[in-house]
Design a protein around this ligand. Structure first.
Ligand code: CMC
Length: 428
């Protein structure tokens, strides 16, 4: 018999169904509570609210487990490629050789971006933040693809938009970087795999084939895989909620990019490296900065530490820390900020403030150091996070559509003024 929860308000008792997920997670279904009782639930910041039932990503923050479609992140980061993981997230299964080849073929044949899109770059002020550019350019893709605006697109039509978006995002990201340098953009080459093509457009030249170090391609694949999905985080919830109004795919993803930008979310990777540089310039006294982070009168927080869901460790951070050591060694780079990061981690992990609050390094703590080693400037870091998160956003948008989820529209508890009469401006 299925379990029910009972809620007692005054002398009335309400039976609420209990929902259990495939990994044993339990939830109390309150969707009918207001109709039955007149009450809503209040949960500011959705700290204890399940917004959907999803079959894409499972994470257990208490033990530090992350799986995409049932596959542990450790295995995917070690053995798979970003594009294979994208297929897994979006279509639900690991592809066969033929399916993967067809997927890669389709993507590589949609990487060209409409030439008029280049005109946007003339309008952005020089030095404008790449995330502002990215969200505008991805939103603008809807205008360049009017086919995506039709209501009631078939599964096949939706799939074409998905392929186009994955393909064009890498071209747009690399162009944002090239434009930031004042360099000419580099066009995609179909012969390359997705990540090599992206590195070619980012670091390559117009006329020659550049040798992209396989170590770099492998590190990039790993980073993108680790960022590919993370269930109902701020940006993903944004994508789902925007999409729930029947807004097109490009508009929904553009909104997700904006949500990711914040330093409490994806913007943390830029903030971490800026923080490490600041500590270095300040003489490298790690204890002083840990004390600042603990001081409630000081707004400073240790960027790259803490997570809403992980209260043990972030499994992505473990993989990234190792990848960081490997790549710096392979590329022969001696990075002083890495030493500061390690010292900071050591001090923070033994400090009762961080231990009691279960604050561990998160995915962003080490990713910026790898991006720097690969040659990316700090302002590009969150854009790279977005590139990695794209398949997750798409998978979640697609699932929300397939489940025919209703428009996202939370309730509130009004706490403002009541019953005021309008007064003439001269008498106020
Ligand atoms: N440095 C110092 N204190 C912290 C930190 C930190 N980085 N993070 C949390 N705390 C303290 C916080 O002050 C609070 O203390 P108290 O209980 O005494 O008031 C307690 O820990 C709980 O923090 P919270 O802000 O209530 O937790 P939250 O779940 O609302 O926020 C967070 C999670 C990630 C926004 C937060 O830990 C944070 O701001 N971290 C730094 C930014 C960061 O690295 N963000 C990237 C997250 S991972 C990438 C992604 O998936 O987005």
């Amino acid at each position: 018999m299925s379990e029910t929860a009972q809620l007692k308000i005054g002398d009335k008792t309400y039976d609420l169904p209990v929902i259990e997920g495939t990994e044993g997670e339990k939830a109390i279904d309150i969707s009918k509570l207001r109709d039955q009782s007149g009450y809503v639930t209040l949960d500011i910041g959705y700290k204890n609210t399940g917004a959907t039932k999803s079959a894409i990503t499972f994470l257990d923050g208490e033990v530090g487990i992350l799986k995409y479609r049932g596959y542990p992140i450790e295995q995917l980061a070690e053995k798979s490629t970003f594009i294979e993981v994208a297929y897994l997230l979006i279509y639900g299964k690991l592809p066969t050789t033929d399916q993967l080849q067809a997927f890669e073929f389709e993507i590589s044949h949609h990487t060209l971006v409409h030439e008029d899109m280049k005109k946007f770059f003339d309008g952005f002020p020089s030095g404008s933040h790449p995330m502002g550019q990215l969200s505008s350019l991805i939103g603008a893709l809807a205008a360049f693809n009017p086919s995506s605006l039709k209501q009631g697109l078939s599964a096949e039509e939706i799939n074409i938009e998905i392929i186009k978006l994955i393909a064009k995002m890498s071209t747009i990201v690399s162009w944002i970087y090239k434009k930031s340098l004042g360099h000419p953009v580099i066009y995609p080459r179909n012969k390359y795999d997705y990540v090599t093509n992206f590195m070619h457009m980012t670091f390559g030249q117009r006329t020659e084939d550049v040798e992209i170090d396989p170590v770099v391609v492998s590190a990039m694949n790993k980073l993108l895989i680790l960022h590919a999905d993370h269930e109902q985080n701020c940006s993903t919830s944004t994508v789902r909620i925007v999409g729930s109004s029947d807004a097109n795919l490009y508009a929904s993803i553009s909104a997700g990019i904006s949500a990711l930008w914040g330093p409490l979310h994806g913007g943390a990777n830029q903030a971490v490296v800026e923080m490490l540089q600041k500590i270095k310039e300040d003489g490298g006294d790690v204890d002083k900065w840990v004390a600042k982070a603990k001081d409630k009168n000081d707004p400073f927080r240790l960027m790259g530490f803490g997570h809403r869901v992980y209260k043990n460790f972030d499994p992505r951070a473990k993989i990234i820390k190792k990848a960081c050591d490997d790549i710096l060694e392979k590329l022969g780079i001696n990075d002083e900020t890495l030493e500061i990061a390690k010292k900071l981690e050591e001090v923070a992990l033994s400090d009762p403030y961080f231990v009691e609050r279960k604050l561990y390094p998160n995915v962003d703590f080490y990713s910026g150091i790898i991006y720097t080693a690969l040659g990316f400037p700090t302002e590009m870091f969150t854009v790279l996070f977005a590139l990695g998160r794209l398949p997750g956003w798409i998978a979640q948008w697609k699932e929300m559509k397939a489940n025919k989820e209703p428009i996202g529209r939370p309730r509130q508890i009004y706490v403002g003024e009541t019953n005021k009469d309008y007064t003439d401006i001269k008498t106020r």
